[in-house]
Ligand binder design. Structure first.
Ligand code: BGC
Length: 774
């Protein structure tokens, strides 16, 4: 965990009088050698185990299998006789319902009418809010402040728990290096170090200090593992990742979540190296249980036991149940294949009762650890007070402000003058509360404050008029459109109606003092089942933008989307660009805060922003080629344009300016296992207060394998008054300098020369170097 401590010591005297010493401790980093990670059982886990064994002794085979059975509580995929099944102990958990009365009723049946009174778990996708909607996860990662997702998920957990949900299917920690993949919106972007920090923070937010904390829920780290590397960015497609990529990149945020005590883990849908992730014994047993010591439960993704057949892996349902159980699955999400097939497999002797006990143990243990046997019910008389608590809304605004990234700001176009007489607010996303919320909403979620509402409050004397400029919609609808708020859209406009809206928007821009365009993607254009082959602005948005720029009047562009889009033209022709992502319930207020300058943007990109889809997959931490970028004879690997991103990973501007200077290492040679300290000074060189995210990257020059050109190993978001300096201190030790070597097939720290850079993005230039001695 990244920890900031303010103190002063003698070094402070070498800086300006206002300087403060900022200590950044990176003592617990995401990269932990496998042998250090086994969770040591403590006294309370011994007691829990004893309770589990006592329960198992009393349970029938059917009751044990019932714990593995997760059933839909919604109006699809649901068995008709759910109440009878609960009473007979044939269901261990439900999902997909936010109907607190229904959930409460089911819990009463389980606890009061089933033979062994085992409480139920109620799961739901609480991804970035429940009633109050926070920015989408990729946006919260763009805050580079782990407190943001931690606090947001704590509010979300509180609202969900007050409504009877005790289990969320989050955080999603899949590394995504290809923006064509729609689910990039649900994670923390491309980097394992940033991803691990966001994973830990979200586990803490959802679960609290420990599993069972009041007002919190059981968290699920998902989708184990590699889902973000789906071929071609196509959702659900096969993934081929060598062990070096898995261990050094894709598994790290999962490991961080496990070390943070996450209580459940979801196995992914797709084939990983030709073995479906939910039938992948190496992942679920060798890595997760044996190496990492994971004690929680493994739930499949929805219907994934059945997918083992669809993939051409299992022959039939019986074989699918056998393989899922043997691989290490504990809970079968919605397919009911384990519950129907396991009794026969036990009778035929293919599966032993001991294996069923083994599968049921973590489910019972989680229920005990959560205190559900003692406190199974939700006090529904308190639900509405929790759901209307303004504190969550207040934090949603802060989270949204901290997530936004200023990509361009020529001639100080932003912040806007408070004296503006008229603004044309243009684009299909400016006034759509559901799209501004983003995907994965729950019934009853608060539609976002629109940008028009936000701007009106800030500029009461200006004329603010809106024009949509034409609608945007998916060419192929989403299969989730009917399930989520905002999914049920109106029927499409005719081409004539669209053209009229387009012309009206241009006319409005023409007669206004300035235009603010809010362009991007609707909520259902990213997320699950939302991959794209291009990253162009959907519909006629690019044409609209170019037309309005051609008017020659002041203009600012706000992008609302769950992924980076092709804004190459805008990056040269639109003076001000803000990436707002999908900001949640307080969207319009937070966007207005940034546009008007009441809040100074400080977010940074958690992804390398591509120039076009053809560059994907694109990430900064690639290996050094024989024509490195640093080589003056460097030849771009595309003949029609640069291979560098439009904006680098870690990039983001401010309304003030910063300098990062004076990089010092406490030593230039260290023994393997020792640590050194890197310090640097960050100064606000502008006239207003603002935040800079100081980032530290390393590179190992040689070794038993090639190492990436740069790897993030430390960051700190630092708030600075005008003229103020702070010293940022990073620790580089065994954890930061160890990696998994494909050639040595082990975690290694090698005696080699290392480069260090610090700066405000992944192109940081301030350099030093050190050596790990033999
Ligand atoms: C998604 C998961 C989600 C599950 C339950 C699946 O389609 O891949 O992320 O948790 O559904 O809703």
């Amino acid at each position: 965990m990244l920890e900031l401590r303010l103190s002063s010591n003698t070094m402070a005297s070498t800086f300006s009088a206002a300087a403060t010493l900022l200590l950044v401790s990176l003592l617990s980093c995401s990269l932990t050698a496998a042998q250090e990670s086994k969770a040591a059982p403590n006294a309370s886990s011994a007691q829990i185990n004893q309770r589990v064994e006592e329960l198992l002794k009393k349970m029938t085979l059917e009751e044990k299998i019932g714990q593995l059975n997760q059933v839909s509580a919604a109006n699809f995929l649901n068995p008709p006789n759910r109440e009878e099944m609960i009473q007979k102990g044939e269901i261990g958990s439900f999902l997909w319902s936010v109907d607190s009365v229904q959930l409460d009723k089911y819990q009463h049946i389980a606890v009061e009418k089933s033979r062994l009174h085992i409480p139920l778990l109620f799961g739901y996708d609480v991804i970035h809010g429940f009633r109050t909607v926070f920015p989408v996860p990729i946006a919260m990662a763009a805050s580079w402040d782990p407190q943001v997702p931690e606090k947001a998920q704590a509010f979300a957990a509180r609202e969900a728990r007050a409504s009877g949900i005790n289990w969320t299917f989050g955080p999603m920690v899949d590394i995504a290096r290809d923006a064509r993949w729609g689910r990039i919106v649900e994670g923390a972007g491309e980097d394992p170090y940033l991803g691990a920090a966001m994973a830990r923070a979200q586990v803490r937010g959802f679960q609290g200090a420990e599993l069972g904390a009041p007002d919190h829920v059981l968290a699920t780290v998902k989708h184990f593992a590699g889902y973000g590397a789906a071929e071609g960015g196509r959702d659900y497609d096969s993934v081929y990742l060598p062990e070096t990529a898995l261990r050094n990149v894709y598994l790290l945020p999962f490991k961080a979540a496990v070390d943070a005590g996450v209580g459940s883990l979801m196995s992914a849908y797709m084939d990983l190296n030709d073995v479906p992730a939910s039938g992948n014994r190496w992942l679920l047993r060798d890595v997760l249980r044996a190496e990492w010591g994971f004690q929680g439960l493994v739930v499949t993704d929805a219907l994934t036991t059945n997918d083992l057949i669809i993939h051409g892996f299992a022959k039939d349902e019986s074989d699918a149940a056998y393989r899922a159980l043997a691989a290490g699955v504990n809970v079968d999400m919605a397919s009911r294949i384990l519950s129907t097939q396991l009794p026969g497999l036990v009778r035929s002797g293919k599966i032993s009762v001991a294996q069923i006990d083994d599968a049921a143990r973590p489910v019972l243990a989680v229920k005990i650890r959560m205190g559900l046997f003692e406190r199974p019910y939700t006090d529904l008389s308190k639900t509405s007070a929790v759901l209307s608590d303004a504190a969550a809304r207040d934090y949603a605004r802060i989270a949204a402000q901290r997530s936004m990234v200023l990509l361009r700001n020529e001639n100080r176009t932003l912040p806007l003058s408070k004296k503006l007489s008229s603004i044309a607010l243009i684009g299909p996303l400016a006034n759509d509360g559901t799209d501004l919320d983003g995907g994965w909403g729950a019934e009853g979620e608060t539609p976002a404050v629109t940008v028009e509402e936000g701007l009106r409050k800030k500029l009461p004397n200006a004329v603010i008029a809106s024009a949509r400029g034409g609608e945007i919609r998916r060419t192929i609808p989403s299969r989730f459109d009917d399930f989520f708020p905002g999914g049920k859209k109106t029927s499409p406009l005719t081409p004539e109606e669209n053209s009229k809206e387009f012309a009206d928007a241009v006319a409005l821009a023409q007669k206004s003092e300035m235009s603010v365009l809010v362009l991007g993607e609707t909520a259902n254009m990213s997320g699950e089942y939302a991959s794209r082959s291009t990253l162009e602005l959907p519909g006629r948005q690019e044409e609209l933008l170019e037309k309005i720029v051609a008017l020659g009047k002041p203009i600012a562009l706000v992008i609302v989307s769950g992924r980076p889009l092709n804004i190459s033209w805008a990056s040269e022709h639109v003076p001000a660009i803000v990436m707002a992502w999908q900001p949640g319930s307080e969207a319009g207020n937070a966007i207005a805060d940034i546009l008007i300058g009441d809040t100074v943007p400080g977010g940074k990109l958690p992804v390398s922003w591509p120039r076009s889809a053809g560059q994907e997959p694109l990430y900064y931490s690639h290996n050094v080629t024989q024509y490195p970028e640093s080589d003056p004879t460097y030849r771009s690997r595309y003949w029609e344009g640069p291979s560098t991103p439009l904006y680098p990973f870690g990039y983001g501007l401010s309304y003030t300016s910063f300098s990062i200077t004076d990089l010092r290492l406490s030593k230039t040679e260290l023994k393997a296992g020792d640590a050194l300290e890197a310090t640097t000074t960050v100064t606000n060189t502008g006239a207003i207060a603002g935040d800079e995210v100081v980032q530290l990257y390393i590179h190992q020059r040689a070794g038993s394998t090639s190492r990436p050109i740069r790897e993030l190993k430390g960051f700190a978001r630092v708030a600075l008054q005008p003229g103020e300096s702070k010293t940022v201190r990073f620790t580089l030790g065994k954890k930061e300098l160890t990696y998994w070597s494909e050639s040595r097939r082990a975690w290694v720290q090698e005696p080699e020369q290392f480069d260090v850079w610090v700066g405000g993005d992944s192109n940081a230039q301030l350099h030093a170097s050190f050596r790990v001695a033999e």
